[in-house]
Design a protein around this ligand. Structure first.
Ligand SMILES: *Cc1c(COP(=O)(O)O)cnc(C)c1O
Length: 380
């Protein structure tokens, strides 16, 4: 017997009741039946995302939602600053470039977070910049930035702020209305406990004005003028992934029942425990500003990431993630998103210890689990 355990930072584990909800017989989508789900999902997304702004549900993964926002909010005369501290930050710069948007691509060392000071400098140097795109939690490097501070700078300079919150929404404290984040982008398969296939956008009044002013959107399927018009009627321009939206309502209920403050605390504890465990057994935390939704650890000398990940999967059914691009072979990542709790985290740490022990790494067996338990014990 071998149990299967998903610890990748997306897709993440989905509760059985959400999966079962989507297995039930269904109706057509141009019906009041579906509009009821849309209305419900939109309202609950606003609660989870802590926003009163317009929320748009897009069929497609998180990248589809991001592309819709980048193309939709950056019409003629705009200049977008992209803060690129990892694979996802780079993707948003690439998309802007591919669509012919005037883009200033600011590179940041992988493992570091873009700071408010950096954004302030960039905006002071180039007055033509109209908008900023930042990744709140850069999953590729397991790094979080101070979105609140960056939003403050954007408000000071009166620039549109778009934030990739794909691995922060539903995991890290996020208060877009309070902070002044204009576009919140997220997706289904990270903390929102669904299989992949939906993207979500929260759009401030300023963002909506930018979208309305953009009469020459190059997008057809991902056109936000169309999507917003239909969303006002609890509808979608094209055939939506309506069973995912039905599952979404259930998944959001689970999150809201726990309460967002409690969810954030649980995720923070799982991440703190994983970092403490890593350090206790001689594995360095990669990020200089670690995100709580995913942890990147460096393997000990002499142990290959690929072999360690294979061992975790073969022995204990644990799926982890490696590093991407320049971090390939340098880090491995464990997610703290989706349907995982403290005991799942202890299990992953225990399994990691077993595998490292077998592979010849020298450490005191159990030190990682003990360090993690101490973090959790503070919450009892
Ligand atoms: C997963 C992820 C994405 C990409 O989303 P897809 O759903 O794979 O399109 C973008 N940004 C971040 C930070 C992510 O973690």
């Amino acid at each position: 017997m071998r149990k299967f355990r998903l610890f990748t930072p997306g897709p993440c584990a989905v509760p059985e009741e959400v999966l079962l909800e989507m297995a039930r017989p269904f109706h057509h989508h141009r019906t009041d039946w579906f509009k009821g789900y849309m209305k419900d999902a939109t309202k609950k997304l606003q609660e989870v995302l802590q926003t009163e702004n317009e929320v748009i549900i897009i069929t497609g993964s998180g990248t589809a939602a991001a592309e819709a926002a980048i193309v939709g909010c950056n019409g003629a005369g705009s200049r977008l600053l992209t803060l690129e501290a990892g694979k996802f930050g780079e993707r948003w710069g690439e998309i802007a470039q591919q669509f012919g948007i005037d883009v200033v691509r600011q590179k940041i060392d992988w493992g570091s977070a873009p700071t408010a000071e950096l954004v302030d400098d960039c905006l002071k140097k180039d007055a033509k910049i109209t908008g900023v795109m930042v990744v709140h939690s850069e999953t590729s490097t397991a790094t979080a930035c101070d979105l609140k501070a960056i939003a403050e700078i954007c408000r000071k300079h009166d620039k549109l702020l778009m934030a990739d919150c794909i691995t922060s929404a539903g995991a890290l404290p996020l208060k877009p209305d309070k902070w002044g984040v204009d576009v919140v982008i997220t997706g289904a398969q990270k903390s929102l406990m669904l299989p992949p296939g939906l993207g979500f956008l929260g759009l401030s009044k300023r963002a909506c004005a930018a979208i309305e002013a953009n009469k020459s959107q190059h997008a057809y399927y991902l056109n936000l003028n169309k999507a917003r018009k239909m969303a006002a009627e609890h509808d979608t321009p094209f055939t939506p992934a309506h069973l995912l939206i039905r599952g979404l309502v259930r998944a959001l209920d689970i999150l809201l029942e726990e309460g967002m403050e409690s969810v954030w605390k649980r995720v923070a504890a799982m991440a703190a425990a994983t970092r403490a465990a890593g350090e206790a057994i001689g594995l360095k935390v990669f990020s200089k500003s670690p995100s709580d939704s995913v942890t990147a650890l460096c393997p000990p000398d002499g142990i290959k990431v690929k072999e360690l990940r294979e061992e975790l999967e073969k022995r204990y059914g644990i799926e982890s993630a490696g590093g991407q691009d320049q971090l390939k072979g340098k880090i491995f990542r464990l997610g703290h998103m989706g349907y995982v709790d403290e005991m799942d985290t202890l299990l992953a740490i225990g399994a990691l210890e077993q595998c490292l022990y077998k592979m010849g790494h020298k450490f005191s067996l159990g030190a990682g689990v003990t360090a993690a338990q101490k973090v959790f014990a503070e919450r009892l």
